[in-house]
Write a protein that binds this ligand. Structure first.
Ligand SMILES: Nc1ncnc2c1ncn2[C@@H]1O[C@H](COP(=O)(O)OP(=O)(O)OP(=O)(O)O)[C@@H](O)[C@H]1O
Ligand SMILES: [Mg+2]
Length: 262
């Protein structure tokens, strides 16, 4: 039975969709079957990251105009259920959980992208997930919205698996991991540097993990993917060999892995 993970933030542009694509690709590189779903119904962009304008979409499924199986589009490494940029008829986002539940046995992981809007579509992603990952950038406006997202999940007894700290410059103006973890009470499971390769990979409609598989950002996504599915990714190379003490996010991943997979 696959694990369903919602990737969320209540702030736009922090890197939810880029993270969903990189994680989906990293999971498939580890030999597991991944399905990516665009749960951002009001401003869908998962398909746009991958040059996919598929039909039917999640909108058609939620409006009961298509079967969920027909909305699955096969990409090279993973499957995807896109949403529609144009759809405007009435539908109930809260049906998401029931619609995707028959798919759980066909995938090792289902990753759901979400909207930054504080509305029913975001709630639907939370309720459809076994746990959520909150994406934040290391600044106060983003952190304040991450706080809201964590509170929203906890009020509904939804597991907050951890945080992706994205667009990190590692400069004095970035909030530190400690400040972020202390504020949210949630472990940072991946630190992704600010990396223009992510923008370049979007331009090429490619997952970052394909565009530049050995970059620090890709390695971090692969390590996160590994602990989420219980298949540890062990990078090789000099950078790993000469590493001295483990970073906070590595310790957090290790703790998560041992808690979930023993
Ligand atoms: N680590 C990073 N370094 C540099 N650019 C990044 C990074 N992560 C994401 N970006 C860029 O930031 C922009 C927004 O990313 P993305 O679309 O993934 O965010 P989002 O949270 O899904 O946005 P929305 O809320 O609008 O759906 C994109 O141009 C993407 O290429
Ligand atoms: Mg997005």
């Amino acid at each position: 039975m696959g694990k369903t993970i919602g990737v969320m933030s209540l702030k736009g542009g922090v890197g939810k969709t880029s993270s969903v694509v990189a994680l989906g690709d990293a999971i498939s590189e580890l030999g597991k079957k991944a399905l990516l779903i665009d749960g951002n119904l009001s401003a869908p962009n998962l398909g746009l990251h991958l040059n996919l304008l598929g039909f039917p979409t999640l909108h058609h499924v939620l409006a009961r105009r298509a079967n969920i199986r027909d909305s699955i589009h096969k990409m090279e490494n993973f499957d995807i259920i896109p949403s529609s940029i144009l759809y405007s008829s009435k539908l109930n986002p809260l049906e998401l959980r029931d619609r995707i539940s028959p798919l759980k046995k066909r995938y090792d992981a289902i990753i759901i992208d979400s909207s930054p809007a504080l509305n029913e579509e975001t709630l639907a992603v939370m309720l459809a997930s076994d746990g959520v990952i909150v994406v934040t950038t290391p600044d106060i406006p983003s952190l304040s919205m991450a706080m809201k997202a964590v509170r929203m999940a906890r009020q509904r007894d939804i597991l907050v698996i951890g945080l992706i700290l994205n667009k990190v410059h590692d400069k004095y103006f970035d909030l530190s991991i400690e400040e972020i973890e202390d504020t949210l009470g949630v472990p940072v499971l991946a630190v992704i540097p600010y990396d223009t390769d992510i923008q370049k990979s979007l331009y090429e409609f490619m997952p970052l993990t394909q565009y530049n598989p050995n970059s620090n950002a890709s390695t971090e996504y692969k390590k996160l993917a590994g602990v989420l599915i219980g298949e540890k990714y062990r990078p090789s190379g000099f950078r790993e060999f000469f590493k001295t003490s483990p970073k906070k996010e590595e310790i957090n991943r290790e703790i998560y892995y041992h808690r979930v997979f023993g």
